[in-house]
Design a protein around this ligand. Structure first.
Ligand SMILES: Cc1ncc(COP(=O)(O)O)c(C=O)c1O
Length: 439
């Protein structure tokens, strides 16, 4: 039996659960010798986060899962079945959302680089679109002018509320400068004028950043957006009906670290902006859209890798693993900004290497020196009989897979603790797949 059958779900799958899932995967022939690495998603974790998200925000809110965080159709199904929408940022992600069965009206198309054809395609389907800038609004106006038969669209403009950068510059998008959206302070008048000019502009959008942005920052962005909405509504007949606050709720990457939560975020928003929750007057309260990815999925998955070699050098032991900068791009290229806890399992008896003084550096398989995914200090030196477990890999890891050195993307599994089922949701790539990629 798995250890975790009750409704309360810990921040990440616990060690006994991980050891048990690995054992079962071997026994059932899912993890043969050719699987030097694999990724496992715990369905209960995803379900728990979905449920918490829905409970925290107003009843009619549309929660659009950020497809960029976990683009697996067989996981996205779970979100669709739970009544979620999908946030997409490319034609590829749009196709994934459509093929997964999300209704177009629940798909939000964001991207700073939408072409005219892409806009035409998304509007024809009836997707929601958030324009990134004024030029994109002009393109949309042109399409709507030409194609009057199109269903009434829901279109927003992405605003940069300029609340500053979080602790990670490369994922902060609401500093004074950002490549995304329209800067609120410098372009306030022009934004208000655009909303006065285009009656079909019925939504407004902002997204502050992904990881490294405190809840206070997210709320500050929403409050600034609300002030702008009041100015806009004062200058046009139809008020803005839809407020899309993006994603950005952080995930905990260190064991024992305090976890942000949907509940804490939504409560802080509600205190600052009670009229967004105006349940007594549902006809007047705006509809909220959220676009969470990381907090929804990061803690739900762990990765396992074989240890191919252990090399003593310079006072530490370097373990050569089968996952590196191909899956952990952010960690390897910006090591000070990102972190994944690593544990070492002896699968023969389900025990874990205890903490100690031996420094184990975990290096990936790729041909460059920066291919290091972290260090862990243990009481003993691991061998090739051990397995590396890398925690919290459910968002922006395998979805950012890099093709350098043409190594295969590992198999991805989803398991259910209650029924003890383990399902392959994506097969390991073959050498033929890799050859085709480059042709
Ligand atoms: C526009 C937009 N929405 C939503 C998200 C999801 O953010 P997170 O995964 O941090 O919730 C992102 C991520 O970068 C984004 O760019």
């Amino acid at each position: 039996m798995f250890g975790n059958r009750c409704m309360s779900v810990s921040v990440r799958p616990e060690r006994n659960e991980i050891a048990r899932v690995l054992k079962l995967s071997h026994e059932r022939g899912l993890l043969g010798e050719e699987h030097t690495a694999a990724i496992f998603y715990a369905r209960a974790h995803l379900a728990n986060r979905m449920q918490r998200c829905r409970a925290a925000f107003p009843v009619g809110a549309l929660h659009a899962i950020a497809v960029k965080a976990l683009p697996f159709p067989r996981l996205l199904h779970l979100f669709r079945d739970a009544g979620f929408g999908a946030e997409v940022a490319s034609l590829g992600e749009l196709e994934i959302a459509l093929k997964t069965g999300f209704a177009p009206a629940t798909i939000v198309f964001d991207s700073p680089a939408k072409t005219r054809q892409e806009l035409d395609h998304a509007l024809s389907l009836g997707c929601r679109v958030n324009a990134d800038n004024f030029d994109e609004l002009e393109r949309i106006a042109g399409i709507l002018d030409r194609r009057r038969e199109l269903p009434a669209p829901s279109i927003g403009l992405r605003i940069n509320p300029q609340v500053g950068a979080g602790t990670i510059a490369s994922t902060s998008v609401a500093d004074a400068y950002s490549k995304f959206g329209v800067p609120m302070e410098q372009q306030n008048e022009r934004i208000v004028a655009a909303y006065a000019r285009y009656p079909w502009l019925d939504a407004i959008h902002c997204h502050i950043g992904s990881q490294g942005c405190a809840i206070e920052m997210l709320v500050e962005g929403a409050v600034k957006l609300d002030a702008l909405i009041k100015r806009i509504n004062g200058r046009r007949a139809q008020p803005i009906r839809t407020i899309d606050i993006g994603g950005g709720l952080p995930a905990a990457y260190h064991a024992g670290a305090e976890d942000a939560s949907f509940d804490v975020y939504a409560s802080a928003l509600r205190r600052a902006l009670p009229h967004w929750w105006n349940a007594a007057d549902a006809a007047v309260a705006p509809r909220l859209i959220t676009e969470f990815g990381r907090h929804m999925a990061a803690n739900a998955a762990w990765a396992v890798s074989d240890i191919e070699y252990v090399k003593p050098s310079a006072g530490l032991h370097t373990v050569i693993a089968h996952l590196g900068a191909d899956m952990f791009l952010r960690k390897c290229y910006r090591p000070d900004d990102w972190h994944h806890d690593i544990s070492i399992l002896d699968p023969a008896n389900g025990t874990w290497l205890a903490p100690g003084d031996t420094i184990i550096r975990v290096a990936g398989p790729l041909c460059f020196a920066g291919d290091i995914i972290g260090e862990v200090s243990t009481a003993a030196i691991p061998t090739e009989d051990h397995k590396l477990i890398i925690h919290d890999v459910g968002a922006y890891t395998v979805s950012m897979w890099s093709r350098y050195n043409s190594r295969p993307m590992p198999a991805v599994f989803a398991y259910d603790t209650a029924t003890e089922t383990i399902e392959t949701i994506k097969q390991k790539e073959t050498p033929e797949d890799l050859f085709k990629f480059w042709c």
